[in-house]
Ligand binder design. Structure first.
Ligand code: PEP
Length: 256
């Protein structure tokens, strides 16, 4: 049996000043800063990455960015490159989040360029995929997820793939309080695992973590995290407060 270590990642979105981010990190470190049962990642806004990176030093927590540009440098006003993130000791980057896709018009091909650039710079991409409510109701969930996953991973090698993290985030469940049932989520996670087997082979696909995201909170985490192909959570709202974030990490530790 293959044991994938669970990963709990907090996506703080456009929330928290640098000072507020450091306070939250200090609260997290006090409770879960030394545990090694679960991988824990915080993804603050760009402005707080430097201070958060320093605050995390000596703990087992890691920091991730919420986005990046695929180019190394140049005339891309307002953008940040992979090497800039690496210089702040960032280890992971969320790519293709549904808010980037819908609010900022990001397409699969552009997201794919970012995935490739992340790997090239030793950043672990968290590639987000997921269907809208209309797509689910039309019976297109698996088709949408397949298109986003395959396009997002074009050109990724079998050497790179074990570092990949996928997040299944049904758009209708993000920030809405509506959570996918554990059966709905597991169905899509198993489907994603099958696609990863086709792309990279069984052994590598079994190593890749697939997170669930969409209104995950302490009250529903245990059931979701107990599913065979749910290897952790990408958490928005419930990661903004130490108590719920810590409870999610504990739920993941109990589910392993
Ligand atoms: C997210 O934005 O990735 C997310 C899952 O948000 P929430 O937990 O608030 O639904």
């Amino acid at each position: 049996m293959i044991l994938r270590k669970k990963l709990i990642a907090g996506n703080w979105k456009m929330n928290k000043t640098t000072a507020d981010a450091v306070t939250l990190v200090q609260e997290l470190i006090a409770e879960i800063g030394r545990q090694t049962e679960v991988d824990v990642l915080v993804c603050p806004p760009f402005t707080a990455l430097d201070a958060v990176g320093r605050a995390l030093e000596g703990s087992t927590l890691k920091s991730g960015a919420q986005n990046m540009h695929p180019e190394a440098s140049g005339a891309f006003t307002g953008e940040v490159s992979a090497s800039m993130l690496r210089a702040l000791f960032v280890t992971h980057v969320i790519l293709g989040h549904s808010e980037r896709r819908t609010l900022f018009g990001e397409q699969d091909a552009f997201i794919n360029q970012k995935v490739i650039a992340a790997f090239k710079n030793q950043l672990r991409p968290i590639l987000c995929v997921g269907e809208t409510l209309a797509e689910r109701e039309a019976g297109d969930t698996l088709k949408v997820v397949q298109t986003q996953l395959e396009a997002g991973l074009e050109g990724v090698s079998t050497e790179q793939a074990p570092s990949l993290i996928v997040a299944y985030e049904p758009v209708w469940a993000i920030g809405t309080g509506k959570v996918a049932t554990s059966d709905q989520a597991q169905e899509v996670h198993a489907f994603i695992r099958g696609l990863l087997v086709k792309l990279f082979g069984e052994a590598i696909a079994q190593k890749i973590r697939i997170l669930y995201g969409g209104s995950m909170k302490p009250s529903n985490a245990a059931e979701l995290l107990a599913q065979k192909d749910i290897d952790g959570g990408l958490i928005g709202g419930a990661s903004l407060e130490a108590r719920s974030f810590v409870e999610l990490v504990k739920a993941a530790a109990a589910a392993k």
